[in-house]
Design a protein around this ligand. Structure first.
Ligand code: NAP
Length: 272
């Protein structure tokens, strides 16, 4: 009982966070799951998972959630920074306020939880921090300027963190999912529709929405459970990789990004 590893996961009310919390509980981890929508996490209780209110944009909420776990369990062995969403819209249409909020959730939220958890991990000279980035942290699509910027920033922050923490035996791991069937695309595409509604980018945005919908309903779009298995593999590995590219189109698109000139890739990403 005492040797069970303690996991804290953000964004556990839906999609990859929800499935990962379930899988880890089934594999014997003690799981604390956080998100703003407590009702959606109720079913996790059936797996013995502890649910916590968590808004990653709020300092106090992050402090309270982490303190609750540490007071009860004495430690957090694994932090999974998963909370995130896609703000899609043209650079011209998206307000700076909206853009700041994208960074508040996807980047600063991740940093807040990390900073809260680190003192106890350092004290124990062990721990794993798993940051859910995206294949979109390594290339950019139209209307995704702020989403991609936030995920590029997650990649950069994670790389720095990995080097800073290796002296404390704390491992930092990036997960870079491709096209995964969750609620993510609904939120991102609704944002794009709403933000572009009466503006000059509307036709282009509508075309992109149709293309994105095709991808997310494609028979090869990956189930979130597959990403949970990759996360489990990273957790169980003595010597985890620094980044795990996983899911539909992830490896192919990163390869194309690597080999193709920018303008050819631009054409592919706007006319697929
Ligand atoms: N689906 C994909 O194709 C894909 C691909 C690459 C990367 N990703 C990344 O994977 C992660 C998980 O996304 P998903 O696909 O599982 O999407 P999802 O089903 O929409 O889940 C997103 C989760 O983030 C939580 N969240 C959003 N804002 C939050 C906040 N302020 N505080 C706390 N939690 C918050 C949501 O919970 P509440 O709203 O209840 O707070 C929800 O549980 C995200 O970082 C996303 O960017 C997704």
């Amino acid at each position: 009982m005492e040797n069970k590893k303690i996991v804290f996961i953000s964004g556990a009310s839906s999609g990859m966070g929800f499935e990962t919390a379930k899988l880890l509980a089934q594999k014997g981890f003690i799981v604390y799951a956080g998100a703003r929508t407590l009702e959606k996490m109720e079913p996790l209780k059936n797996y013995g998972i502890n649910i916590l209110y968590l808004d990653v944009t709020d300092d106090h909420s992050c402090q309270n959630a982490v303190n609750t776990v540490i007071e009860k369990e004495g430690k957090i062995d694994i932090l999974i920074n998963n909370a995130g969403f896609g703000l899609f819209g043209s650079v011209e249409d998206v307000t700076i306020e909206q853009a700041k909020n994208q960074f508040e959730v996807n980047l600063f939220g991740l940093a807040r939880l990390t900073k809260e958890v680190l003192p106890s991990m350092r004290e124990k000279l062990s721990g794993k921090i798993i940051n859910i980035s995206s294949m979109g942290g390594r290339f950019v699509s139209p209307f995704g300027a702020w989403y991609h910027s936030s995920k590029y920033a997650v990649e950069a922050l994670s790389d720095a963190l990995r080097m800073e923490l290796s002296q404390f035996n704390i491992k930092v791991i990036l997960i870079e999912p491709g096209i995964i069937k969750t609620n993510w695309d609904n939120i991102a595409l609704n944002n794009l529709k709403e933000i572009s509604k009466d503006g000059v980018y509307r036709d282009f945005a509508d075309r992109m929405i149709t293309k994105f919908k095709k991808l997310y309903t494609h028979k090869f779009a990956t189930k979130p459970e597959k990403v949970s298995e990759v996360i489990l593999k990273a957790i169980n590995s003595e010597n985890p990789k620094t980044r795990y590219l996983t899911g539909f189109l992830a490896k192919q698109l990163i390869f194309l990004h690597f080999i193709l000139p920018d303008r050819i890739l631009d054409k592919i990403l706007t006319n697929f």
